[in-house]
Design a binder for this molecule. Sequence first.
Ligand code: ZN
Length: 261
Amino acid sequence: MSSSSALPATGYEPREIVDAHMHVGDFPEFNVRLDASGLTALMQHYGIVSGMVFTPDNQYTRTVVEEVDGAFGMVWANPHRPGFLEEALELLDHPRFVGVKLHPLLDAFHPNDPALHPLIEEIVRRDMPVLLHCGHPIFSLPWSIEELARQFPAARVILGHMGHGNIIYINASIDVAERNPNVYLETSGMPMHTKIAEAVERVGPEKVMYGSDIPFHEIGVEVRKVLVSGLEPALVERVLATNARKLFFGDEQADAPPAAR
Ligand SMILES: [Zn+2]
């Protein structure tokens, strides 16, 4: 695999950040790629103390999170893939895996597909969250993900990209998180900085978290959206670090899950 993306030369004030949405791998259709050394360089450059990492090849995710300090894995679960449940259950036992990632758009399934239910029951049992790509028809719209969240009120469900680039879906994502206590929002790739502050006001200070979606989006840009969102500093800190620590690691102070501390 070819190596890291170049680091930006612009000035940037590093701070302690937890990134809820990072990818490794080679994505030729996007002309982007990131490997373990590139991830390490970016995390150090931007002060990312912990990052949640996923890619369709779960075994590659495993090698990366075993190699990169501060990187933790989420199992990419595709219910169309034979053996997906067995692989997921095995990886969830790994001390550096902290939850499940679903991409209903790319993998073409409804978020509440019954084939996923045993896995969702398992992560509820383990008190781990599930993050879903959210923002495109037909399978990754907020209302469809809400069906999963309603079916499993004890599951913590994160709307990754909180609607992505479309205002209808962004507003609907905030609506869904507002009316379902178990639904959280993650900010990567969502272009409107003001919607981050609106989301915090409407869904509560503990349910919105920063993510970059590196290498598809740039960390400095994604952090900047939170910084200029209009949130007061204490809430910026919650969005950039504290909320993800609580959600993924079970503790607002922790930089790793209990099994990896
Ligand atoms: Zn992503």
